[in-house]
Design a protein around this ligand. Structure first.
Ligand SMILES: [Fe+2]
Ligand SMILES: [Fe+2]
Length: 190
């Protein structure tokens, strides 16, 4: 499959040749009590990102529906966006700099998968920069009582919505490469 077809914004999942360990340790076994602590930790961190993104959407919805005002949205959304940004950026940095190189050494068959995940991080990082810019613009507009504060809120809400499918796709696909590797090869336990 071409790199374009595998781009985070277009692919619907991993191609078969990148799901190296999944047949030996399929997703329906990931809740079993014998699952490695490191794998459970990884899945827990990812679940927090899914919940956190859903929470951002839940903060935006009442404002879009006219059930909350701009200042309420600002007071809740800005800190939640800041946290999401910091945590996801940190998570990706640790993965790309520490875990991915170690995984690559452990099982060379997953090298292409790790390359793909690293490219995903670059794509998500661009979206995080857009999120930061939109959040800063909204914050500045509210602080100065700018007449276009509602437009800035709408733009931030759109950025939040647009990045969701990309982040969720990356989390799912990364798990299908990393969780079997941790469970079957003991990756990350030393
Ligand atoms: Fe990642
Ligand atoms: Fe991750």
């Amino acid at each position: 499959m071409s790199d374009d077809a595998l781009h985070l914004s277009t692919r619907a999942g991993l191609p078969e040749d990148l799901r190296v360990g999944l047949s030996d340790f399929p997703r329906d076994r990931w809740a079993e009590p014998t699952v490695a602590e490191m794998a459970r930790f990884w899945l827990g961190v990812h679940e927090n990102f899914r919940r956190h993104h859903a929470h951002l959407g839940a903060l935006v919805a009442p404002w879009r529906e006219g059930r909350s005002d701009l200042r309420t949205l600002h007071g809740r959304l800005i800190p939640a966006v800041q946290q999401f940004l910091q945590h996801l950026d940190m998570h990706h940095r640790i993965e790309s700099s520490q875990y991915f190189p170690a995984f690559r050494d452990l099982d060379p068959r997953i090298a292409h998968g790790i390359d793909l995940l690293d490219r995903d991080h670059d794509v998500v990082h661009e979206r995080l920069e857009a999120l930061f810019a939109a959040a800063s613009a909204f914050h500045g507009a509210v602080q100065t009582n700018a007449p276009d504060a509602a437009d800035a809120a709408a733009r931030l809400s759109d950025v939040v919505d647009a990045m969701g499918p990309l982040v969720l796709r990356h989390l799912d696909d990364e798990e299908e490469i990393v969780i079997p590797l941790i469970q079957l090869r003991g990756a990350g336990l030393t």
